[in-house]
Design a protein around this ligand. Structure first.
Ligand code: F6R
Length: 609
């Protein structure tokens, strides 16, 4: 949460800071600011609000300079306000700093610094860092940072400048991600590569407990202890245009419609129809690990957790293995035990979610191996794992996850097939039809997306409905959870996801004409039971919408509206059933005029616990 950016060049970098902040805005968007070194002074501009508010402010109070830092905030300590917006400065106004993370010992430091005479002007934890810098500054910003980080407890990605060294930015990392961009005659630092793609595709990643000094002529890295570190430079394959809206009103809409291609990209070169085999060589997982694994534990948060549940049903059915799916935040709080034959999968689109990282670290010594299922193959999670299963979804800018969820389901489908193949729970003859069906999934997804206008019409007709129950069973139970989450997070409508069989154990008491039930009823092993659920809702005066196969007359008879999907193998129906739910949530939020891509109180990457 929070995005940091810095540029050191020999031209005015303010437009670059603003462009970078726009691309990082998904990480937090309650306040923003920049600090620029200009003629021996630090010029600072901050606002409560979004990057466009900062741009408006800069139109009336412009600033320019060749070196500077910027920040977009998701409040942790201190409410969103101009005073609490970063960059923060020291008592003398000669040092400025931006921070992503949480300083756990900030209160003790603040009391000590106050007693020493420092004057605090914000409610943030961050401000202690810049006052510590002030204490330690003795002509070298790099040394001041080294001494300062030695006093900090908690997680931090920081970038700072001093007016006495106007050509440089010093950055440090302990936890949240820091990416360095190597331009020609210019250097960049950012929380995320998406903010760098406009300038360079040559990047390196700061590791924990490392410091980088950036100038227009290059970047030098050391450890906190001062040892030099040679950073390999990687050349990114993502193109800058992948993070444009391409004519869609919102990133979320663009990302929903990209989903068939996400599945195509994920399957590419990993399936062979001829041999009936699945290849996950790119993930670096030794098939022996599959053979040795007696249990699988999937660890994730939010939407990634829902993908994990789909993965569980796939692995149970295909791999015949016991599978547990755990919320990362809960797993790390528990006295969790597993034997050495357990294979652990961390699922995270960002690969930086603090709870997921902590949970994986907590169990890694007990696990047979840890595999990262992620869209960020250079993320912390990927670097710490034994294998990395890339979800091939491309950059996702909308805060609500859509295409990365589908990318996770595709990766987990392949994983389940590869696992079953290695365990010999299914042979090539049984795998072949599943491969064929998976390859048909993207086209079937396109058929569903082509009917988006109908879903928009229904979403508009139901705008006055304030309560929703999403019902699904078996492999569509996680999709019911995901549909409810999407509606909640972007349209601020109360929605609950339930397993159909649980309805009569409580939620049925809520059913009346004010509650709409959205039922997932593809013709599968639980189809008749789902029809039973619908009848129970109708009998109590509830309204029903259903996602069902195109030719399903029974579903049409019982539901007020049906979102039709093509027939599909029961193991892969989630790829189709999730689409109407994403579109329903999207059109409901867009019709209400809400900020679809940046819903209130959320941030894309939850790097705090
Ligand atoms: C919801 C959403 C979140 C994330 C969760 C985990 O639309 O995006 O629930 O799924 O914060 O994030 P990652 O996958 O980055 O670990």
């Amino acid at each position: 949460m929070c995005g940091i950016i810095g540029c050191a060049a020999s031209r005015d970098i303010v437009p670059d800071l603003l462009e970078g902040l726009r691309r990082l805005e998904y990480r937090g968007y309650d306040s923003a600011g920049i600090a620029v070194l200009n003629g021996g002074r630090i010029e600072r501009r901050r606002v409560k609000g979004k990057i466009r508010d900062l741009e408006d402010h800069l139109r009336s109070s412009s600033v320019a300079g060749p070196c500077g830092i910027g920040h977009t905030r998701w409040a942790t300590h201190g409410r969103p306000s101009e005073d609490n917006a970063h960059p923060h400065t020291d008592c003398t106004g000669t040092l400025a700093l931006v921070h992503n993370g949480i300083i756990e010992n900030y209160w003790a430091l603040k009391e000590r610094l106050r007693a020493e005479g420092h004057v605090f002007r914000t409610e943030t934890d961050t401000e202690v860092i810049v006052h510590l810098l002030e204490n330690h500054y003795n002509g070298s910003l790099e040394e001041a940072v080294r001494r300062t980080v030695a006093e900090l407890e908690g997680s931090f990605a920081v970038a700072c400048v001093s007016h006495r060294e106007p050509d440089r930015i010093v950055a440090a990392r302990n936890g949240p991600p820091v990416v360095i961009g190597h331009g020609s005659g210019e250097s960049f630092v950012s929380s995320d590569i998406t903010a760098l793609l406009q300038h360079t595709r040559r990047v390196s990643y700061l590791a924990d407990r490392e410091i980088a000094v950036l100038t227009s002529s290059g970047v030098r890295c050391t450890t906190f202890a001062g040892e030099p570190v040679e950073k390999p430079v990687e050349v990114l394959t993502w193109e800058a245009e992948m993070i444009e809206k391409k004519g869609f009103a919102h990133f979320m809409a663009k990302e929903i419609f990209e989903q068939p291609d996400v599945v195509r990209d994920s399957l590419k070169s990993r399936l062979s129809l001829e041999s009936g085999r699945v290849f996950l060589g790119d993930a670096g997982i030794d098939p022996k690990i599959f053979r040795d694994s007696k249990r699988v534990v999937l660890v994730a948060c939010g939407t990634s957790y829902h993908a994990g549940l789909v993965g569980k049903y796939l692995l149970e059915t295909l791999g015949r293995v016991p599978v547990d799916v755990e919320y990362a935040s809960e797993l790390r709080a528990r006295d969790f035990t597993m034997d050495r034959g357990t294979l652990v999968l961390g699922i995270s689109q960002s690969g930086e979610t603090a709870d997921t990282l902590a949970a994986l670290r907590a169990v890694r010594d007990q696990a047979r191996a840890v595999v990262a299922v992620t869209n960020s193959v250079n993320s912390t999670m990927a670097r710490e794992a034994d294998g990395v299963l890339n979800t091939h979804s491309g950059p996702e800018i909308g805060v609500a996850a859509t295409k990365t969820f589908v990318g996770q389901m595709a990766a987990l489908s392949l994983f389940a097939l590869a696992f079953a193949q290695a365990k010999k729970t299914i042979g090539p003859e049984a795998v072949r039809p599943l491969i064929e069906e998976l390859q048909r999934v993207p086209h079937k997804m396109e058929t569903v997306l082509a009917r988006a206008a109908d879903i928009e019409r229904v979403a508009r007709n139901f705008l006055s409905c304030e309560h929703y129950l999403f019902l699904g069973r078996w492999i569509n139970f996680p999709i019911a959870l995901e549909g409810a989450l999407k509606l909640k997070e972007i349209s601020y409508t109360h929605a609950e996801g339930y397993a159909g069989g649980e309805m009569k154990h409580g939620p049925i008491a809520l059913i009346d004409e004010g509650m709409t039930t959205l039922a997932l009823v593809p013709r599968d092993r639980v189809y008749e039971k789902m029809l039973g659920n619908i009848s129970e809702v109708q009998a109590r005066g509830g309204r029903v919408l259903a996602v069902a196969f195109e030719n399903d007359a029974k579903a049409r008879n019982v539901a007020e509206e049906v979102f039709p999907i093509p027939e599909v193998h029961q193991l892969f129906s989630p790829f189709l059933t999730v689409l109407p739910l994403q579109l329903f949530a999207y059109y409901a939020a867009a019709a209400k005029g809400l900020d679809v891509d940046q819903p209130r109180n959320l941030a894309k990457s939850v790097t705090v616990e």
